[in-house]
Design a binder for this molecule. Structure first.
Ligand SMILES: C[S@@+](CC[C@H](N)C(=O)[O-])C[C@H]1O[C@@H](n2cnc3c(N)ncnc32)[C@H](O)[C@@H]1O
Length: 290
């Protein structure tokens, strides 16, 4: 095992190529997180509250936690004050940004490792989270099992997987088909061009929809927001919007799952007491390991 020193944090480096990784996707995230590595406490709090709406604090308070595919480490940061000890792992160069973001959090260690090769024994953690990660791995179900293997009996697993628009109508689904086709082309480009085009998309597509959603809200038609694409981003910072546009259109491998498919995967991996959030981002769910 090698070690890299980033500021005050030593990062342990483990073999990441386990056969269940997409190297182009890992490279793309390494580039992405170098460009979008800084999130304010406010940005982390606003977005974190949405992912953790179904997670009672006692699940991680004072507990041993693992963050699989931590990216810049923003969710580790979100719970770091309350968690006991926390391990954050990611196979990409994002670990450099994570080490920087988490450098004052002495209870958090960062390692470069993948979901297929998590460098901790099975049945170790009280709480494992993997947000927005497993759909970027070729065999999502197998990677999920690896994460859940690390949860202690009685512990919990929180996951966010891109939804297959199973709760949406024809308009959203058609827009998705179009955007997915565009993603497949943009994700082939060198990073510099990819970022430029995704910024253009953020300014010319995301912002007008967000503006329209905000107007609807102001004039009292807030209940119609669910029919407006990208209304989820109302109140989000430009930094988050640009980052998400790059994430959405720049990533080579993404898969999508319905709520039923995710539920079945979680059950097959050994979880019970599964709770899905009814709110965006879809779908995020938590379950307990018996
Ligand atoms: C969309 S980002 C999410 C990062 C973070 N969880 C967040 O929400 O801010 C997906 C992350 O998954 C990581 N990733 C890709 N393949 C992986 C694998 N095989 N094992 C673990 N993480 C992986 C990428 O490096 C990237 O940082």
């Amino acid at each position: 095992m090698k070690t890299r020193l980033i500021g005050k944090k030593a990062i342990n480096v483990f073999a990441c190529d386990t056969g269940n990784v997409d190297q182009k996707t890992i490279q793309s995230f390494g580039d992405e997180w170098k460009s979008f590595s800084k999130f304010s406490d406010h940005e982390i709090k606003v977005a974190g509250d949405q992912y953790f709406d179904i997670v009672p604090a006692n699940i991680y308070s004072g507990k041993y936690v693992l963050d699989v595919g931590c990216g810049t480490g923003r969710w580790s940061k979100y719970i770091s004050q309350m968690a006991g000890e926390l391990e954050a792992i990611d196979p990409s160069e994002a670990v450099i940004s994570a080490a920087a973001l988490l450098q004052d959090n002495e209870n958090v260690r960062v390692s470069q490792a993948s979901a297929g090769n998590i460098p901790f024994p099975d049945d170790t953690f009280d709480f494992v989270l993997s947000l927005g990660v497993l759909h970027h791995i070729p065999d999502t179900r197998r990677a999920m099992q690896k994460c859940i293997d690390k949860v202690k009996p009685g512990g919990h697993f929180l996951v966010y997987l891109y939804y297959s628009l199973d709760n949406r109508g024809i308009l959203f689904r058609s827009l998705f088909c179009l955007s997915n086709f565009v993603r497949k082309i943009i994700s082939l480009l060198p990073f510099k061009f990819k970022k430029l085009i995704c910024d253009l998309i953020a300014f010319t597509i995301y912002l007008p929809f967000i503006f329209m959603s905000r107007i609807l809200e102001i004039i009292g038609f807030g209940k119609w927001l669910k029919y407006v694409p990208l209304s989820y981003y109302v109140g989000k910072s430009l930094n988050i919007i640009r980052n998400d546009a790059l994430d959405r259109f720049g990533t080579p491998l993404e898969q999508r799952f319905s709520r039923n498919e995710i539920h079945k995967m979680l059950v097959d991996c050994g979880l019970t007491e599964i709770v899905f959030s009814e709110k965006e981002p879809y779908w995020h769910a938590i379950g307990k390991k018996n």
